[in-house]
Design a protein around this ligand. Structure first.
Ligand code: ARG
Length: 464
């Protein structure tokens, strides 16, 4: 490509360190779309002829078919996807192929391709999230009134419903979907094409036209910024990193819940792995890998930010390393979302074990304190003190939950505690009582499921 300037070929190691085709061939669709738009614009502006543009268009379509069907031979000597496609085009159509690069540089070309790719990847990741949300909604509805222990500090705190717990993730994922949508529209802002190497071009091009053809909101306003900025990728990968932390928390809960110590749930065979030595094992490998992949996505963000950090304007080859990191983050993310969806679709919960665990650890102590406030007009701080004494007594008597202690024992601590008070201490009563907005009561969970179904259904219609 630059044979005019050089006499010798590059050193083999030079070629190896410099080539990016192994990674950026993934941009082939965007590269071809970008070239078609560029050629159409060059013809519209009288920079190449209509006939040349048509030949370029046909040649690019044929190359797209070749790549899609795996027939295209990528050549490392041609460095990257841009030169591979251009060289093949010229082989096929001759002279017009040699005119395509007029008023363009690989610098604006790669930034354009990468922005388009990132926007689409954000859209796809958003779809994966709503698919996961749907599964969580189904499972939440099914388990709207299944009681489990709610934890703080991983110590039993209060009984909650499993439906409520699962809906917490639906909320998180919804915010992530909004972040992804924002990242997608940021990537579709400012088409770099026409910025050329760094300074713009002397040809009378129409940047509005290429921006529009490629679905951008308009052309980027400054040519230096256009070729050297990667904040769209930073934003997208940072959103993935945030969302992956949410996925990793649910994954960790799957690890805990399916352990024999908890026994709350069992993964289906399709989502469990065995041990090569211990025949009894059912390991939650996918959930563990989601934890680790979430860390890697955060590391991809860190590496990407470090590449851009302190890089003087405009383009520098450092920026070529941006794609491997971004692709890897999206690939990990797609796997995590799909695996979590598969696990959650088929996981089976153990109602009895969860309910028993919810009882333990005096989880309904707050219920009794609330009753003393409501029925006996006692200040909450005093009620807290009285119930603390009840728990101490129950523990001394060997009970694991307040509901198993006799009324007479409560009355030795405070005679105002009566049969009605003790009736509040079941876990079912406790979850029913927490019916404030956003609370764990089964009724609230069912309402929230309906609300989410309506909201996600409306979103689907908007997109259709
Ligand atoms: N493969 C390159 C990249 O991904 C394309 C841009 C090359 N530009 C250059 N000035 N060498 O960054």
């Amino acid at each position: 490509m630059w044979g005019g300037r050089f006499a010798a070929k590059p050193d083999t190691v030079m070629q190896a360190i410099n080539a990016s085709i192994g990674v950026d061939k993934r941009l082939w669709r965007e590269d071809i779309e970008g070239s078609k738009a560029h050629a159409a614009m060059l013809a519209a502006c009288g920079i190449i002829t209509r006939d040349e543009a048509d030949k370029i268009h046909e040649g690019l379509e044929a190359i797209a078919l070749d790549i899609a069907s795996g027939r295209f031979v990528f050549d490392e000597a041609l460095e990257d996807i841009h030169l591979n496609i251009e060289a093949r085009l010229t082989d096929m159509i001759g002279e017009p192929g040699r005119r395509l690069h007029t008023a363009r540089s690989r610098n604006d070309q790669v930034a354009t391709d990468f922005k388009l790719w990132t926007a689409r990847a954000c859209d796809a990741a958003g779809d994966a999230l709503s698919a996961l949300q749907q599964v969580l909604l189904d499972r939440a509805e099914e388990h709207a009134d299944w009681v489990m222990p709610g934890f703080t500090h991983l110590q039993t705190a209060m009984p909650i419903t499993l439906g409520h717990h699962l809906l917490a993730y639906v909320e998180m994922l919804d915010r992530d979907a909004m972040r992804l949508a924002a990242a997608a529209s940021m990537a579709r802002e400012g088409c770099p094409l026409g910025a050329a190497a760094l300074a713009g071009t002397g040809f009378p091009i129409d940047r509005g036209m290429t921006a529009k053809l490629l679905g951008f909101d308009g052309p980027a306003g400054n040519s230096l910024d256009a070729v050297s900025s990667r904040d769209f990728a930073l934003q997208a990968v940072s959103v993935l990193a945030i969302c992956a932390t949410h996925l990793s928390r649910l994954a960790e809960e799957i690890v805990l819940w399916t352990s024999p110590q908890f026994g709350f749930a069992r993964l289906s065979d399709a989502w469990s792995t065995g041990s090569s030595i211990m025949p009894q094992k059912r390991n939650p490998d996918a959930a563990e890998l989601i934890r680790a992949k979430a860390s890697r996505i955060a590391a991809d963000f860190q590496a990407l930010a470090s590449i851009v950090n302190a890089l003087p304007l405009a383009y520098a080859k450092d920026l070529q390393e941006d794609k491997a990191l971004t692709f890897s983050a999206f690939d990990s993310f797609d796997l995590c979302a799909a695996a979590l969806r598969g696990m959650m679709q088929t996981i089976r919960f153990n109602r009895q074990t969860m309910a028993l665990a919810a009882e333990k650890g005096f989880s309904t102590a707050t219920e009794l304190a609330d009753w003393l406030v409501r029925a006996a007009g006692i200040a909450f701080r005093d009620a807290h003190h009285i119930v603390g004494a009840c728990v101490k007594k129950a523990e001394a008597l060997g009970h694991e939950s307040l509901s198993s202690m006799a009324l007479s024992e409560f009355q030795t601590i405070d005679p105002r505690i009566n049969a009605e008070a003790v009736a509040q201490l079941s876990v079912d009563k406790a979850v029913e009582a927490r019916d404030s907005l956003g609370g764990t009561a089964p009724q609230r969970v069912r309402e929230a499921v309906q609300r989410w179904r309506a909201a996600l259904g409306a979103l689907d219609e908007e997109e259709a």
